[in-house]
Design a protein around this ligand. Structure first.
Ligand SMILES: Cc1ncc(COP(=O)(O)O)c(C=O)c1O
Length: 419
């Protein structure tokens, strides 16, 4: 396996040397490694597992569906049920089509936008880390090897909360940009009505506005980031938490655009999301159950509350240690990451590695602080205590050098040109 695993974010280069090599089991927010060590986990399947690992009602729904068969030659009624449930949750979603991975649906959104506008260029938010495994996005990263320059040149970048940077692209490439794609929110909230103004600007320039709701969806609000901020985009792409770990993703949006991939028009046909496993019945059953749970239980509210409790505890510890400017929580409570900086307050992978090493040693596996519905208050409080002890080591390392405490090599960023 190149890279030693099937997802770069899980790779050896992303964790300190003392990290567990393999996880064999998870229940709720707890996981166990091959040696039987137990951890409170954050990150939760790269943000896909919002309810908790091995969540019984979701497993049961998928299991019952398995007995009825996985995949037929004609659609199964669960495709309609799941679509109706989805459309009832997402405001402004007039149609929906399912895929398996987030990249399936961001790719489909981009293709639709290109077909709809007759334009080739794509404007992506340069402050957002990931949109797709496909060439239109990977070509814009440091790992662009294997992607023709002609493709790379079609993707341009703007800055979040910087409307002028979008306007400049529209001026520089008049009538050439098919779509603007961004997450409704990442580390910083929209300022000065940025999302609303962006929508107006796109409309004025005939550009399709796409929200990538892979992370904000089923985390910020039942209706996604678009409901949270009350902005309806032309198209949106959902995935991750939709299936609580089962592979299901959704492209949704305006009928006049989506229908180009359908049967009820006489324009040129767009090949839109047609996958062998696109509507795998047990995964749709899992997705359907997840959406029902979100509707009847306070999932979103709990994610925010647990995140707030964690954030208050860790921020208190940062204050007590005098680590402000060196260790920082970033993002909304329901979706926090952390920044690690060295003695000169410069971003440091070595300090990230040390922090991870110290929390892992004590039973917390947290490449980020992404909470789930299964994190109890006592899980959060235990985590705060462990983080507090790890930050004591962090503080010592600022004075005595990180190399005194870190075992082995530091972590490296995923997107880099060379090893
Ligand atoms: C914001 C965002 N968009 C799209 C994707 C792609 O999703 P997938 O890995 O399911 O293809 C990711 C994956 O991490 C993501 O974080």
């Amino acid at each position: 396996m190149p890279g030693g695993c099937h997802t770069y974010a899980k790779g050896d280069d992303q964790y300190p040397e003392l990290a567990p090599g393999f996880i064999v089991k998870g229940k709720g927010c707890h996981v166990w490694d091959v040696d039987g060590n137990e951890y409170i986990e954050y990150g939760m399947g790269l943000r896909a597992v919002t309810l908790g690992h091995a969540y019984e009602p979701v497993i049961e729904a998928a299991y019952q569906q398995m007995h009825l068969g996985h995949n037929f030659v004609r659609p199964s009624p669960i495709e309609v049920e799941c679509a109706e449930e989805f459309l009832s949750m997402i405001p402004g979603a007039e149609m929906v089509k399912f895929g398996k991975n987030g990249s399936d649906v961001t790719n489909a959104a981009v293709r639709l936008a290109r077909a709809f506008t007759g334009r080739d260029m794509i404007a992506i938010c340069g402050d957002h880390a990931f949109f797709s495994v496909d060439d239109w996005f990977i070509g814009s990263t440091a790992m662009s090897a294997g992607i023709p320059e002609a493709i790379q040149n079609l993707t341009v970048k703007f800055r979040y909360n910087d409307l002028q940077s979008v306007q400049s692209l529209f001026d520089l490439y008049p009538n050439q940009i098919a779509c603007v794609i961004l997450e409704p929110e990442k580390d910083t909230p929209p300022a000065d009505n940025f999302l609303h103004k962006l929508k107006d600007l796109c409309k004025k320039n005939g550009v399709v506005l796409i929200f990538d709701e892979m992370i904000t969806g089923f985390r910020w609000h039942n209706g996604g980031g678009q409901a949270f901020y009350d902005v309806v985009p032309d198209l949106s792409a959902f995935g991750k938490a939709m299936g609580n770990g089962f592979s299901i993703a959704a492209l949704s949006g305006k009928r006049k655009i989506m229908e180009l991939g359908g049967l009820e028009h006489n324009k040129e046909r767009v090949f839109l999301l047609s996958l062998t496993h696109g509507a795998e019945n047990p995964n749709l059953a899992a997705g359907l159950e997840v959406m029902k749970i979100y509707k009847r239980e306070p999932v979103i509210d709990t994610l925010w509350k647990r995140g707030e409790r964690l954030s208050a505890g860790i921020n208190q510890s940062i204050k007590e240690h005098g680590l402000s400017g060196h260790f920082e929580l970033i993002g909304e409570p329901c979706c926090m990451v952390f920044a690690t900086r060295d003695a000169d307050k410069q971003p440091s992978q070595a300090f990230r590695s040390l922090f991870l090493q110290e929390i892992i040693k004590r039973g917390v596996l947290a490449p980020s602080f992404i909470v789930s519905y299964s994190h109890s208050e006592s899980d959060i409080d235990e985590t705060i205590d462990i983080v507090h002890t790890a930050l004591t080591v962090y503080k010592n390392a600022l004075v005595n050098g990180v190399g005194t405490f870190l075992v082995g090599r530091p972590i490296k960023p995923v997107f880099r040109k060379l090893n």
